[in-house]
Design a protein around this ligand. Structure first.
Ligand code: NAP
Length: 302
């Protein structure tokens, strides 16, 4: 086990350290998490005497870990794979947006000893689009690739809640996109949603009428993955938002930039979700530039 990763046994025999650990990400696995590299510089910059750590928690340990962390004076935690669903059941109160997504990735330990679960996927998506592209989702025609997966679905729900101009959903397993689309009925953007076949000819035909292309699949992580869309249909007006950040320049991002489009990898999404968590925990504006610099130093992202 990586030495900077704590376990449940460490919580049982707690030594808070200096500054004391008061925030953490819980996951299984968790060693790869980049969250400490953005939150610790932010805490320091804000003069908050607290540290953000990583805790390896198995599914069977999750409830005990959450209870212990509350009693140890933690301010909050992030929950990553596979705990987002268990967290929904384990917290005392669930925010409406997290309930709609069926997952909690941010927990707040309140002063009265209770816990509140929220989900930063939706707000993080909006803030990524505005923070990186300077655009509001409301003004955009959006295509989400992988809309049936967890991250893609969160983006789709948020776009529909905001009332984007149009929303196209595509997913390899079409039924999942159909289900997501059905779940958007009644939201402000619910009547501008359409499911598109996961097929390059169909996607090519749609790209001209799309402003923002979101990749919510894992395609692009492995050399030799097929293209997500026909690259020759990308154009300068497109905004491309790839949730993948390994490699830092994914094939989709590289193709978009070559076509003159604006493109980002998945690190800004990590950044803006971290910003959102920080603001929920502390009720103050997060030092975005410091957090961005922390992520850049940790990854080489520019
Ligand atoms: P998930 O729930 O497992 O969803 C995976 C999605 O990828 C599904 O839509 C799946 O389609 C699709 N997919 C997988 N392999 C495919 C293939 N060979 N061809 C076409 N589609 C394929 O995973 P997730 O949690 O949503 O994560 C999805 C991606 O987003 C991952 O790359 C993850 O690293 C990234 N992500 C990034 C951030 C960030 O902060 N940057 C946060 C969360 C997730 P089917 O439904 O057909 O299986």
């Amino acid at each position: 086990m990586n030495s900077d990763v704590l376990t449940l046994d460490d919580l049982r025999a707690w030594k808070p350290g200096e500054p004391p650990m008061r925030l953490a990400v819980l996951g299984d696995p968790v060693a790869h998490s980049l969250s400490p590299q953005m939150h610790n510089p932010a805490l320091e910059a804000c003069g908050i005497a607290a540290r953000y750590g990583k805790i390896h928690v198995r599914p069977s340990e999750f409830r005990e870990a959450l209870r212990l962390l509350g009693s140890l004076g933690f301010i909050g935690v992030n929950c990553t794979i596979p705990h987002k669903f268990a967290a929904l059941e384990a917290v005392d109160e669930v925010a409406a947006a997290a309930r709609r997504l069926g997952a909690v990735n941010t927990v707040i330990f309140r002063a009265d000893g209770s816990t509140e679960g929220r989900n930063s996927d939706g707000p993080g998506f909006l803030r990524t689009v505005s923070g990186e592209f300077g655009r509001s989702v409301r003004d955009l025609r959006i295509l989400i690739l992988g809309a049936g997966g967890g991250a893609g679905q969160a983006a789709a729900v948020q776009c529909a809640m905001e009332g984007c101009r149009s929303l196209l959903l595509a997913n390899r397993t079409r039924e999942k996109a159909d289900q997501v689309a059905a779940g958007l009925a009644g939201l402000p953007g619910g009547d501008v949603v359409r499911v598109v076949p996961w097929e390059s000819g169909a996607l090519r035909g749609e790209l001209d009428g799309v402003d923002l292309i979101v990749n919510g699949t894992s395609l692009g992580m492995t050399a030799g993955d097929p293209p997500l869309v026909p690259y020759d249909a990308l154009r300068p007006g497109h905004l491309v938002y790839d949730m993948v950040y390994k490699p830092l320049e994914t094939p989709l991002v590289a193709a978009a930039r070559a076509a003159g489009a604006a493109a980002i990898n998945g690190l800004p999404m990590l950044l803006w979700q971290g910003v959102q968590s920080f603001e929920w925990w502390f009720g103050r504006e997060a030092p975005v530039d410091v957090m961005r610099a922390g992520l850049q130093a940790a990854t080489g992202w520019r």
